[in-house]
Design a protein around this ligand. Sequence first.
Ligand SMILES: C[S@@+](CC[C@H](N)C(=O)[O-])C[C@H]1O[C@@H](n2cnc3c(N)ncnc32)[C@H](O)[C@@H]1O
Length: 389
Amino acid sequence: MTPAARVAAAIEILDLVLSGDPAERCLTTWARNNRFAGSKDRAAIRDHVFDALRCRESFARLGGSAGGRGLMIGACRAEGRDLAEVFSGIGHAPTPLSPEEEQALLGPVPEGVELLDWPEWLVPRLKDDLGADFGPVSLAQRERAPVFLRVNLAKCTREDAQAQLRCDDIDAEPHPAALSALKVTRGARKLRNARAYQEGSVELQDLASQIAIEALPLEGVSRVLDYCAGGGGKALALAAHAPHLKIDAHDIDAGRMKDLPVRAGRAGTRINVLLPETVAGEWDMVLIDAPCSGSGTWRRTPDAKWALTPARLDELVRLQDRILREAQAYVGPGGYLVYMTCSLLKCENDQQAQKVSVNPEWEWIDHRQLTTQDGSDGFFYSIFKRVAE
Ligand SMILES: C[S@@+](CC[C@H](N)C(=O)[O-])C[C@H]1O[C@@H](n2cnc3c(N)ncnc32)[C@H](O)[C@@H]1O
């Protein structure tokens, strides 16, 4: 495909995403219906779609309209590309700009807060919550996220993993903030077929999750309940970090954990999957990786950024309250309650932790808000110790 034909494909896909379909699904369906597109074409189209969604407001302003075509006109302008060359109508290129479209480009260019590409209603909150980091974090959130790998230290060293990756033409460098972290510097698209990935030596996992897992106090801990296990990212990271642990995984939606036994097998570890009605007893540590706005990961899921509403955020906060209350009951005396989100918002993070801390039964021993300033996604963790009776 020519570069212009890729832009035309991105416009078609963006129109579907903007009508409410999830971006990943639209990209998969497009690829299935357009088998002529090679892997490089699919990757380039994907980048166009995600870049445009990340910068939706500023690109719409630059492109003169908020549809797929407007966003891609804006994207091309932002990159300094020659619009007449891309929008030529030749072959599979998008049609030339109409006089109305040309006229719309004469409007004001985005400025100030518009350039930060946050949903407008969130801006005051984020300014308060991020303080001095608001500017740099906002700008970083408009960029593509780096690719991080978690080395399965139960299976190999970080150096071994690097060497294995190099055999598949992938370069990755250690990140100082977590013992297990490698940042991919070249060849990220080859990862899923790489031997190190297929054999479970490395997993895709952001730096923040790895930092949080390595921060857990594990002295005296032998049984852990991952209460919101989902696909098992945290449970698997913990199993690799501390192979002596017996880890039980639970999720209200058992279907989300369906691949967990296979993933655990591939990683050479074992996670015991519990059915929702069968959770009973006490654990030394209960981990809550709570459902949240995902605002810290919007670089990777930019369509979610525009889908969040104030009502949905309130609903999530209430759900987090409920889960926090439920899960406390499963922590034995002297045990730990760990609360995590991939959010940047205080109402989902600090303020939730504050509610636990007012209970004298819980000693608040650690917490941290991570942002792009740490090189990672936005993430929060908070650790409480249940006062022994
Ligand atoms: C952020 S995701 C977990 C991601 C997962 N821990 C990982 O690292 O891959 C949150 C999970 O919480 C689950 N969940 C939602 N409400 C719940 C509840 N009341 N009890 C337990 N799990 C719940 C969701 O089904 C979802 O899988």
